[in-house]
Ligand binder design. Structure first.
Ligand SMILES: O=c1ccn([C@@H]2O[C@H](COP(=O)(O)O)[C@@H](O)[C@H]2O)c(=O)[nH]1
Length: 251
């Protein structure tokens, strides 16, 4: 899955995860198929992953999550954040969906992250264990919004603090903005998988995202995966938008 230790930031492969944020099953399938079709173009030939999160799962349930993911690797982005026992039990309930990745919030603390890791190890058969990813600081937060929550450090310091905590407690990887990739690599090395939302192709609207970069910039910074939703799903031609982003990752 992630790049091996020999990759520098520039040569590390970066895969696209398409975020299917909708309440509608048919719409999610249509966007999934658009991304799959884009990935079959001869210059790309690299299948995407799909991400399903709170909006789709609350609207349609876990069976629909499995149906939409089909044979594609699934990033189940439910950002669990609760007491350790509850998070661990919830992970047990997610095993039947067979995700390739799932998320918790690093700010849930060491005991919660460690409980999540034990639950992942226990609930999934050998060889089918998903990567446990910890969300550091949401990409929709800037310094001012972070400080309003009572955190006095800079966004960068808080991302690195939570990243260290999460990895030392058992997370396989982190969700961060592209701006923190270099800092996290310097602090934690090449091993943690870095999954990076806050991606906006040149000229596309930032919307509620605050810490953004283009796909090519995130790739050059060393992202293992980029997560892209609206720039694909709200594009007039989602397949063309997905193909253009995949092409940026090949450079
Ligand atoms: O810090 C985070 C963590 C998760 N996300 C999720 O990624 C996608 C991004 O969608 P866009 O439409 O490309 O903004 C979305 O599902 C978020 O829940 C994030 O953006 N930032």
């Amino acid at each position: 899955m992630p790049a091996g230790p020999a990759h520098s930031a520039r040569t590390r492969p970066t895969r696209l995860i398409v975020s299917l944020d909708t309440k509608d099953r048919a719409q999610a399938i249509a966007w999934r198929d658009a991304a799959v079709n884009a990935s079959k173009r001869p210059e790309i030939m690299r299948p995407p992953m799909v991400k399903l999160g709170l909006e789709f799962t609350y609207a349609q349930g876990l069976e629909a999550v499995s149906e939409v993911a089909g044979d594609l690797p699934l990033f189940l982005d439910l950002k669990l954040h609760d007491i350790p026992n509850t998070v661990a039990s919830a992970i047990g309930s997610l095993a039947r969906v067979r995700p390739a990745m799932l998320t918790i919030h690093a700010s849930g603390g060491r005991a919660m992250i460690a409980a999540a890791r034990r639950a992942v190890d226990d609930a999934f058969p050998e060889g089918a264990r998903p990567l446990l990813l910890a969300v550091t600081v949401l990409t929709s937060l800037d310094a001012e919004a972070l400080h309003e929550t009572g955190v006095e450090s800079s966004v960068a310091d808080q991302v690195v603090r939570l990243g260290r905590l999460a990895v030392s407690a058992g997370a396989d990887g982190l969700v961060c903005s592209p701006h923190e990739i270099g800092l996290l690599r310097a602090a934690l090395g090449e091993e943690p998988v870095l999954v990076v939302p806050g991606i906006r192709p040149a000229g596309s609207a930032a919307g509620d995202q605050k810490r953004i970069m283009t796909p090519a910039q995130a790739h050059a910074a060393g992202a293992d995966y980029i997560v892209v939703g609206r720039p694909i799903t709200r594009a007039p031609d989602p397949a063309a938008a997905a193909a253009a982003i995949m092409a940026e990752l090949l450079a």
